[in-house]
Each structure stands twice: as C-alpha cells, then as structure tokens.
Design a protein around this ligand. Structure first.
Ligand SMILES: [Zn+2]
Length: 487
C-alpha cells in the first residue's frame, strides 16, 4: 500500500514496524461542543485507512484520544480552555460538558459506521503520564518556567517544524501569536498554572501525590463570583504548581503508552500540521530520541461555499442536523468517499442529496442480487489497486458501479460488493433483506403533497414532489393513494 506521508512529502510504500501489524493514532475531538461535519471527515478518513489496512491483512491497533482539558480557544497558549468556557456559558461543570460531548461524538462515530478504535483515551485520565513526560523534558533541559506555566524551548531542537517545513521566521511574519514571556514564537506550554483564585491571591504549589484534586468540582467548586473570576474547575497538582496540561502533551504521552514509540501511522486534519502535530513531534522526539511516528497522514478540510467549515465561522453543520433534514448519516460518508481525502470537499446540500440517491441505489442493487457466491476477480484487483494507491476512494466507488454493471454472475456481484464494503463501510450488509424505511421528513412532505393535490394546487404539489425526489425517493400515484419508493 502506498500512502502520502506529510513528513517526507511523498507517496511511500507502507512498511509496518512489526510485520503484519499496523498501529494508528488519530487526534480526536475536543469535547466542548457537537462535532461538525468537517471534523467528522477526519474520522471517516482514518476509518478508511483502518479498514484498508485490515483488507490488506494487517492486524490494526487504533487509538483515538478525547481532548477533555487543555485546548485553549486560540489554539495556542492564550485564552480560556474551550471546555471551561463552555461550562461557564452553560452553567454546567466542565466534567459534565466533556462527558456529554464525548458521548455525542461516539454516537456520531457509530452512525457513520466508523469502526470503534481499540481504545478511546481521555486526556484527563492520563495526567500522571503527562506530568512524567514533562518531568523528563525538564530533566533533559528542554523546558523553562514563566509566570503562567512550563514551556517547551523549541530552539533546542535543530529540526523543529520539519513536519510543516515552515520556518520560525515565517511563522513570525504571519503570526497573531502573543509572545508573553515566551522566549521564542514557536515555544509552547506543557503545563499551565491555574489562574490565581481569588484573583488577588498568589497561587500555592501543589501537594505531592495529590492528583485529581478537583475531580468532582461540582461538589467542591465555589459558586461563580462574577464571570471572569470563576475558579478553574479542571486542575491538578504538579511538581510546578496547581494547573493543567497543555494541549499537545496528551497525545505524546498517550500514544507512547498505548502504541509505543515510534508507532506506524499518525492521522489528523491538515490544520494540525503546523502547531499541534509539530509540537507532538518536538516533545516526543526530545524525550526519547527517536521518531514519534513513521507515517503522518492528513485529510483536507470540508468547504462550504468558499469558506472553510469550522465553528468559528458560524457555518458549522452537525450530523444530527443532517439527519433532521432527512439525510442518512451514511449519505455523508458516501459524499466523503467521492473526494480523495487530500482534496478539499465541497459541501452542498445538492451534493449530499445526490450522494443519498447513489447510496439508496446501491442498497437497491444489492437487494436484488442472489446469495453471495464466487467473485469478480478482475474488478477486485482494480479495486484493491485503487485503495492501495493512497486510499483512492473516488476511484474505488467508480469500480463498485462498474462491477454492478458488469456481466459477473449476480451471486459473484454480491460477494464482491460485500468485500468492497468492508473497506468503504457503507453498510451494504446491514441493508440486505431489510424493508425500506422512509424517513419521517419524507412522509411529511408526501402528506403535504397529497393535501396540495386535494386542493388542486398543482404547483405546490409538483414542488413537493421535486423536494422528495431530491432526497432520493420516488412517488407512485396509485388508486389507493401515493406510494413512496426509494429511487
Ligand atoms: Zn493530537
């Protein structure tokens, strides 16, 4: 299998560290809000990688982290913690916010037919490991202290920034980063001190062994005393003082614990390249003098019109919202597979509707095929080649349709389709022999159409028919009323 490695900037043949095994780490969500469909693309992509490696015979170990502390609003070392801010706004505990959105994320993952990783690992469950790693970096002289935390000195590394290829001076030129007491623009926080509380008091150092100090903050935290002076809820004692880990250290500590160092493949969105992944590499390689991961794979953004889809731009769409609008989550998965992961995905409702029609058609074709038997060997070979060429899913989807149109025997077609779907994950197996379920939204549109017809309002009736068809359903007007069918 060939994969594009961001680190070497070329497609390389994947060679595992241990024969027959592939270890993958995927940067997971910061659980302060619902994931938007742009975020979810990263996990669909990682899932295709996971499935493709299994298809190729590898035993895969996959870890996804849950960032439930330390990710600040500016994505650097400034501003509030995203989870603490959400807690304050919603008047809930930070722990409740994190647990709620973690559960929502897992629900999305399930709906998208993404194979659950072997482990989901939470940052807050690994504070000791993170502190131990910071200590190691301190002993090796990679850290310094400022009034607000312990920082990593990036000037100590000759190859800092090798993943992005961006030089510190370039970063400086376009930066909006506040230097504060940082020595270099690229330095970053390993440990942040809790803001003093009450604000006029000096903060005390932590007591030894007193980890998980504030594990049940909703019981122990003081009430809000004016918004800006609310006490931080998630904090722990450390050798440097009470506080919380920086955003990057969790991935270095947890990937080492569960996958070792180096491991095979690290994945994430391209927005992680220049800061988060660069800093993961800096920490891990400084601590252990060996690479963090051999392959670095990054997926592109989802764009909405011309804007990047992200919460800060206010055009975020959640999977839930798509479902409420009558779309199947797997229609979004299908849409993602139509674009190579390294290309921007242009999202539009029209494109999603077309993906839903294609998916329904695929299920329909599968339903009329006879019991799986035999194979379509030539097309299987083509499919494998497409997937092994840096996960070329658009091409693979094309081969699926070529196969269905081919003159292979019906049983061989179904056997082959089910095999292909082990990689694509479109849920073909779950839809075999299943009655077509018409979503409530479609039924409602159909009802409205029937009422319009009764009133002889043909214009509205036609408009509603158009809407129904756009969502992948057909109407058959019979003597007993309108019947809904999947296209
Ligand atoms: Zn990470």
């Amino acid at each position: 299998m060939k994969l594009y490695n961001t680190l070497t900037r070329k497609k390389q043949v994947f060679k595992p560290i241990k024969k027959g095994h592939a270890k993958i780490y995927t940067c997971g969500p910061t659980v302060y809000d619902y994931a938007h469909i742009g975020n979810l693309r990263s996990y669909i992509f990682a899932d295709i990688l996971h499935r493709a490696l299994e298809y190729d015979g590898y035993k895969v170990k996959h870890v996804i982290n849950i960032t439930d502390v330390g990710h600040l609003v500016s994505d650097s070392d400034e501003g509030e913690d995203k989870i603490e801010r959400a807690a304050k706004r919603q008047k809930k505990s930070a722990w409740d916010i994190a647990h709620f959105f973690e559960a929502q994320f897992k629900k999305d993952i399930k709906e998208l037919n993404i194979i659950f990783p072997d482990k989901f690992v939470r940052a807050t469950d690994h504070i000791k490991e993170q502190i131990a790693l910071i200590k190691k970096l301190e002993e090796k002289g990679y850290t310094y202290k400022t009034s607000d935390g312990i920082y990593f000195d990036t000037s100590r590394l000759k190859d800092y920034g090798k993943l992005s290829g961006q030089k510190a001076e370039e970063k400086l030129a376009g930066a909006r980063v506040k230097m504060g007491e940082k020595k270099h623009i690229t330095d970053f926080a390993l440990w942040k001190f809790s803001p003093p509380f009450p604000p006029s008091c000096n903060q005390g150092g932590g007591e030894e062994g007193d980890f998980f100090l504030n594990k049940t903050p909703h019981l122990t935290s003081p009430r809000v005393q004016g918004e800006e002076y609310q006490r931080r809820q998630m904090e722990w004692s450390s050798p440097w003082g009470k506080g919380f880990p920086g955003w990057h250290i969790e991935c270095s500590a947890m990937s080492k614990k569960y996958l070792g160092q180096p491991f095979d493949i690290h994945t994430g969105g391209i927005d992680h390249i220049s800061v988060h992944h660069t800093n993961e590499i800096a920490q891990s390689e400084a601590a252990y003098n060996k690479p963090l991961a051999n392959f670095w794979l990054h997926n592109e953004f989802v764009v909405f019109g011309k804007e990047k889809l992200s919460k800060s731009k206010g055009n975020s769409i959640t999977l839930n919202e798509l479902q409420e609008s009558g779309y199947h989550p797997l229609a979004y998965r299908y849409l993602c597979l139509q674009t190579h992961y390294k290309k921007q995905l242009n999202f539009s409702e029209e494109a999603l509707g077309a993906a839903q029609i294609a998916l329904n058609k695929l299920y329909g074709e599968a339903r009329v095929l006879s019991a799986p038997k035999g194979e379509c060997a030539k097309l299987e070979k083509e499919f494998k080649a497409a997937i092994e060429d840096d996960l070329n899913t658009p091409k693979a989807l094309g081969i699926v349709w070529d196969m269905l149109k081919s003159n292979c025997a019906p049983g061989a077609k179904l056997a082959t389709l089910l095999k292909f779907d082990k990689v694509l994950g479109l849920g073909v197996d779950k839809n075999l022999g299943k009655k077509v379920v018409i979503p409530e939204k479609i039924k409602k549109l159909n009802q409205e159409r029937q009422e319009a017809r009764k009133k002889k309002d043909w214009k509205i009736a036609d408009k509603l028919r158009g809407e129904i068809e756009k969502m992948g359903y057909e109407i058959e007007d019979t003597s007993t009323g309108a019947k809904l069918l999947k296209k």
